[in-house]
Design a protein around this ligand. Structure first.
Ligand code: 26W
Length: 828
């Protein structure tokens, strides 16, 4: 039967669709060596992906030719994380071929949505920083800017999260390459040697050069991932490095019978790119992580240098043709590495080399949390990268001299600004190195950039002046985060604006045109229907994947992000318990008057982060109790969705009525999911923090729900906790009541949660006792507002309408113009 369908399908299709079906069939037969008539969904997905890849490669080639011919200044985005998610849907949307592929696939007897679901996420990132890198790449191609990404091709991405029956997070590996990866092109010829350990001998000729030899040498091999732009031929490149042993295994040991020794060195080379470190916002100082950072920066710079040298320009012209963006401090070793190349290999003087370096690099800071600021122990650096340690000491010597000149005799300032933190052991402060080695430095939202300037880099502002420091508020790509994840809303927007999506998706401020239609009851009706359908889509996902039935006629309240104390998932779950206790105390009649809601959480905890894991456990066990309580479960239900990912976010985000972004003021640098929810017409409940502030500025304070203390209060509040603690029963009885319910065992053995509850009772670093009452008030205001559905829908439309600022198209143009000084190079 299927064969008949297959053959019938190949007859009356239009030409382009026929080209597509031919290409798919061709890949089934030749690339996969399978038969089309007994193909499963996975095989069909692979054939379709290979067919799409052919189109991407053609555009990729033309793009690279254009860039070589026009030789514009280029920018390179160095990021240890690229959280790409799935590629098939995004590729056919950007190529403008989605309908054609849907038709072609249908003719072949398959369903496109089923095939899209076969793809595994490329999850080479932890959270915000990695997803930002992916969105910026999408926008760089869309804006036709000559930008390449450089990263690592981890064999295992972020771990898969399982939840045990007790509510414990368990981690399983993510072998994402097991099914082959059609989106990458191995480059067997693009390889570089990278050295570790050994000795660095300074030359005695006064040149400042040194010779670095011995140690371990490994090979970096490139894999290229084409990045299609939206409705343009421009297709940029993401180049990911894989580590390999330099020469198979050591034959001498092998012949001598030392089989283990022989494969040991080859294993240790392969280990470098084996796994993504799962820590987000906490630094650990592990040797393998340091080797990852150097391996990647060394290979990337060697590649950049080779491309530059092909242009036959004097080395002093390097910064006229190249800008390198450091995504947080993770690639900061690029600074001493470029110094090493220029001095030891290109015969430059120290001053000339430093001039080139400081006009090439740009540094983006993504966090001011002290535990996230990278510091590497001097003895470790000396051991792994002896030449770089020399260079860092030299940079510091010159820099300290300059500071001394500007602020004579200010010893404390010297100690604060030094690249080296005293202590045993001494440590290298990577943020200081990134700052002094870069042309400019930026934060990722207005408030955060101000905090960078007034806290962690205050002395550097005083030294260099303010113009070195800027802000580029983060963004998101509206292609994936609206058109792809919410196609019906995208279509409604196009028909309302009477502007084709090909136009407004590239010019997001056009959304403002929706404001003229806020009072149109037809629009409001369809808008609400789409939200409802998206809730049902999520409920269906949960039914299929978790076997749970969700009531779709309730408000959806969502918090999805990495588990971290500063993000305060604990505040949210304690708020849920508070609501549950209140509902229990009401009569059945009174309950019927309340706003019904379902609360969703998702997110991973770093495997070693005990308190974060305990928070997950509490959420899971509270869910178990309240979802089973027949008195209340009609009015309040709770879900922890395991294994949060980009593709799960694409289902969750369009379904939200309200989402929570409730970090302690001054701790969340920006947040980007806040933008995704609002773009999809979800309202925001949050603190006055990160990009929440700029979202409120755009959509108007009356359309967001703000609560909690402000950033300038935080220092004093923490001081009060330390030195003038007030018993929680006195300060915040409502919260004390909730904590007692947990301790008392309402959600299973209360003792289990004591360490978590104690973080609130003692010290309360994230100020839950200070913000709890105003949080509960804000939730009550959300309930009241939601009961007026007419007005709520208007708020929702207004919110979407005012999100134009938050496209990464704007953000990448900010970088291009205010930082890199690059221009677009359109592929004709
Ligand atoms: C060395 C350990 C480590 C690992 C990752 C330290 C810091 C990080 C990242 C910088 C953490 C991160 O992802 N930060 C997030 O960056 C987003 C994009 O700018 C912001 O939207 C988030 O607010 C910020 O937490």
């Amino acid at each position: 039967g299927e064969e008949a369908v297959w053959k019938a399908g190949l007859r009356d299709v239009d030409a382009e669709e026929k080209t597509i079906t031919n290409s798919i069939v061709n890949h089934v037969q030749t690339s996969l060596a399978r038969q089309a008539y007994n193909l499963d969904n996975l095989g069909a997905y692979q054939a379709v992906a290979l067919s799409v890849r052919d189109d991407l490669i053609i555009n990729w080639n033309e793009t690279q030719l254009t860039y070589s011919r026009k030789a514009p200044k280029r920018a390179y985005y160095l990021s240890l994380e690229f959280l790409m998610g799935r590629s098939l849907d995004n590729s056919i949307l950007n190529l403008g071929l989605k309908d054609k592929y849907a038709g072609g696939v249908d003719k072949l007897g398959f369903n496109l949505e089923d095939l899209l679901d076969q793809e595994r996420d490329a999850a080479l990132g932890n959270g915000g920083l990695g997803r930002l890198a992916a969105c910026l790449l999408d926008s760089s191609s869309t804006q036709e800017l000559p930008v390449w990404g450089y990263g690592l091709r981890y064999k295992y991405g972020i771990f898969k999260q399982l939840i045990s029956p007790e509510g414990q997070q368990l981690e399983a590996p993510d072998p994402w390459l097991d099914h082959q990866n059609p989106w990458e092109l191995p480059r067997l010829d693009v390889i570089y040697d990278v050295r570790f350990y050994g000795e660095a001998k300074r030359s005695s000729d006064g040149s400042g050069r040194a010779e670095w030899s011995g140690g371990q040498e490994v090979v970096a091999q490139a894999y290229d991932v084409p990045i299609p732009g939206y409705h343009t031929k421009n297709t940029n490149n993401l180049r990911l490095w894989e580590s390999k042993p330099k020469s198979g295994f050591d034959l001498n040991s092998f012949n001598a019978g030392n089989y283990e020794g022989a494969i040991e060195s080859s294993n240790s080379a392969a280990a470098i790119t084996s796994v993504l470190y799962p820590n987000d916002n906490t630094s650990f100082g592990k040797e393998l992580r340091l080797k990852q950072q150097y391996f990647w920066t060394a290979a990337s710079l060697a590649d950049i240098m080779r491309r530059f040298k092909n242009q036959d320009k004097p080395i002093s012209a390097f910064p006229e043709f190249i800008a390198v963006q450091l995504n947080d401090t993770h690639p900061t070793l690029a600074i001493p590495e470029l110094m090493r190349i220029l001095i030891d290999e290109e015969d430059q003087t120290w001053d000339k080399a430093w001039d080139i370096v400081t006009n090439t690099f740009f540094y983006t800071n993504h966090t001011v949390l002290p535990e996230a600021l990278e510091k590497w122990p001097v003895p470790l650096l000396q051991h792994v990268l002896p030449r770089h340690m020399q260079i860092i000491f030299d940079i510091n010597l010159f820099f300290m001299g300059q500071v001394e000149k500007k602020f004579p005799g200010d010893r404390e300032r010297l100690a604060r600004m030094s690249l080296i933190e005293e202590g045993s052991p001494q440590q290298v402060r990577m943020a200081h190195l990134a700052c002094i080695g870069s042309r400019r430095v930026n934060g990722v939202a207005e408030l955060h950039s101000d905090l960078v300037k007034t806290t962690i880099l205050k002395d550097f502002v005083e030294f260099y002046g303010i113009s070195r420091f800027g802000n580029v508020t983060n963004g998101i790509t509206p292609r994936r985060w609206l058109d792809q994840c919410n196609p019906t809303l995208s279509a409604l927007i196009s028909s309302t604006l009477k502007i084709p999506k090909e136009v407004w998706l590239k010019d997001l401020p056009k959304l403002e045109g929706l404001l003229a239609h806020v009072d149109d009851p037809e629009l409001a009706k369809t808008w609400a229907e789409i939200k409802q359908a998206n809730k049902e889509r999520l409920a269906h996902w949960v039914q299929v994947n978790l076997g749970l039935k969700i009531n779709t006629n309730v408000m959806y309240d969502i918090q999805i992000k990495r588990l971290h104390e500063y993000k305060r998932q604990t505040l949210n779950i304690l708020g849920v318990i508070h609501r549950y206790l209140q509902l229990k105390a009401l009569t059945p009649e009174e309950r019927k008057k309340t706003n019904r809601k379902a609360v969703f959480f998702a997110g991973k905890a770093a495997p070693g982060y005990y308190i974060a894991k305990l928070t997950i456990r509490l959420i899971v066990n509270v869910a178990r109790i309240i979802n089973a309580d027949k008195d209340t479960n009609e009015f309040l239900s709770l879900y922890f969705l395991p294994d949060y990912s980009v593709s799960l976010a694409e289902v969750l985000i369009p379904s939200s009525d309200i989402s929570q972004h409730i970090s302690t003021a001054g701790t969340e640098a920006s947040g980007t999911s806040n933008m995704k929810f609002c773009l999809n017409g979800g309202l925001l409940l949050g603190t006055v923090d990160g990009a929440n502030i700029e979202i409120a500025e755009e959509v108007g304070e009356s359309n967001v729900f703000f609560f909690g203390h402000l950033t300038p209060d935080v220092e004093d509040l923490r001081y009060q906790h330390q030195y003038h603690a007030i018993p929680i029963e006195e300060k915040c009885p409502a919260l004390a009541n909730v904590l007692n319910a947990v301790s008392g065992g309402l959600f299973g053995d209360g003792g289990v949660y004591e360490p978590l509850l104690n973080t609130i009772r003692q010290g309360d670093h994230y100020l839950l006792t200070d913000d709890f009452d105003s949080y509960i008030q804000a939730l009550a205001m959300v309930d009241v507002a939601y009961l007026d559905q007419k007005e709520w829908i208007k708020k929702s439309i207004r919110t979407t309408a005012k999100m134009g600022k938050f496209s990464t198209d704007r953000a990448i143009q900010d970088y291009a113009q205010e930082y890199w000084n690059i221009e677009s190079a359109k592929v004709e």
